[in-house]
Design a protein around this ligand. Structure first.
Ligand code: UD1
Length: 417
């Protein structure tokens, strides 16, 4: 079992490139199943979740090569509509193959997906959306057997919550349905727009991504394409949190600043200065930041739930008190126990967490229990006196590409053993 050893209290200073987006790569890899041909996907991060998606692609019959950040997927011969349980349980996003396989083969069979334990993560919105497009879905003791008895057709999908995954599943499936689909109360995350750009470059007709209403005019066939994944705004937010927690000054390359607006506005409220120039962003942080005040996680363009954990570690060493309200997931404070071990002053009550900033954290042995919780422990370790040992790196590796290399480039004392 590998672990990270971090010697804290080094002011981050330097520049680094931000990886391609995990949350764009996974739906785009699922959507590649729709293409009768070869898709070339650039800027694809090398993550265990991406490797899990590649295993599914290969299982259903795609030829996949992945090296140097470029993934080539030939989906000419899709031969399996079934995904084994072991592959489904690797990650939550495997559910996106349901819409993709239904659209490509007219049938799909799989169990519930896995993923980080951050509260109940039902798939009711995914299933309802696909049923609206003509899918017949039977739950056979936890195995979903899905067919399209009368073919897929356009439909009106009104999401009761702007679920990112359900919006993506609906877009993917509707792209090969007969007729027009309207998805209202759709998620507006940048990764939705990236998926639409990918689908459209394969010959789909997806309009309005990034707005609350998405219209998909189905086509009978999609072809291969070449696409570059957008930068990972959550990885960027993580490195910015690390800089703010260590009075750092860092420059990140390959960011889309508008995707980070909610995060940079918060950092500015804390006393940091943020400069942007094209796709680069520099943040210069004071010796001790002010508390961020109230942090409410919301669907995009609100403050992202995925950045809540590292920003909480930053708040843990800020001057003042902050209130966090987690509105997206029910159980997303797993990192708090680790932060308490390191000397933080945090009280959790349901979806709320009150963080009273302390001048200094101290190193400890801690374990990550989910992906962004791992990012929170790293942020705290960088701001802590002494050595922190972080276990549970399998979570970290789901979403961060070579994090110790990025942090070393930014001046941190970190190694994986
Ligand atoms: C995606 C992101 C994840 C991010 C989340 C919210 C990927 C691979 N993951 O996850 O990093 O934290 O968006 O921005 O892109 N829900 C239901 N029923 C459903 C679907 C969702 O009740 O059928 C609930 C969930 O339990 C959760 C909320 O809706 O409470 C948000 O989930 P959703 O937007 O679907 O997140 P994911 O797509 O799983």
């Amino acid at each position: 079992m590998s672990r990270l050893i971090i010697n804290g209290l080094k002011r981050l200073n330097g520049s680094a490139k931000v990886q391609g987006s995990k949350n764009s790569s996974l739906p785009i890899l699922s959507a590649a199943v729709l293409c009768s041909g070869e898709s070339v996907i650039h800027n694809c991060p090398d993550l265990s979740d991406v490797r899990a998606a590649i295993n599914i692609l290969r299982f259903v019959g795609c030829k996949v090569e992945f090296s140097g950040g470029t993934l080539v997927c030939d989906s000419s011969n899709i031969r399996s509509c079934h995904i084994p349980d072991s592959l489904m349980r690797e990650m939550r996003s495997s559910i996106l193959f349901l819409g993709a396989l239904l659209a490509r083969l007219g049938e799909a069979e799989m169990c519930l997906p896995g993923g980080c334990e951050i509260g109940p993560r039902p798939i009711d919105l995914h299933l309802k959306a696909l049923e609206e497009l003509g899918a017949d879905i039977r739950d056979d003791h936890g195995v979903f057997r899905c067919t399209v008895p009368n073919g897929l057709h356009g439909g009106k999908i009104a999401l009761s919550f702007p679920s990112v995954g359900a919006t993506e599943n609906a877009m993917i499936c509707a792209s090969l349905a007969d007729g027009t689909t309207i998805i209202s109360n759709a998620a507006r995350e940048p990764e939705i727009t990236d998926l639409a750009d990918f689908l459209n470059s394969c010959g789909a007709n997806v309009y309005g991504a990034g707005d609350g209403t998405i219209v998909v005019d189905g086509v009978s066939r999609l072809h291969g394409t070449s696409h570059t994944i957008i930068p990972d705004r959550i990885a960027a937010a993580t490195w910015l949190s690390c800089a703010a927690a260590t009075a750092g000054r860092i420059t990140l390359h390959d960011v889309i600043p508008s995707h980070l607006a909610a995060v940079t506005a918060l950092l500015e409220d804390c006393g940091c200065t943020v400069y942007t120039a094209g796709t680069s962003m520099t943040v210069n942080c004071p010796r001790r930041i002010n508390a961020p005040g109230v942090v409410r996680t919301m669907p995009y363009p609100g403050f992202p739930t995925d950045a809540q954990a590292p920003i909480m570690s930053m708040a843990a060493v800020s001057r003042g008190t902050s209130l966090f309200i987690e509105n997206i997931f029910e159980n997303r404070y797993h990192h708090v126990n680790g932060l308490l071990r390191m000397g933080a002053n945090i009280k959790v009550e349901g979806r709320a967490a009150v963080v009273q900033g302390v001048p200094l954290l101290h190193g400890a042995q801690v374990s990550a229990l989910d992906l962004r919780g791992a990012a929170a422990l790293i942020t705290a370790a960088l701001a802590a006196e002494g050595t922190t040992v972080i276990n549970g790196l399998l979570y970290l590796d789901r979403g961060y590409e070579s994090p110790e290399e990025v942090l070393s480039r930014l001046g941190a004392d970190v190694k994986r053993v």
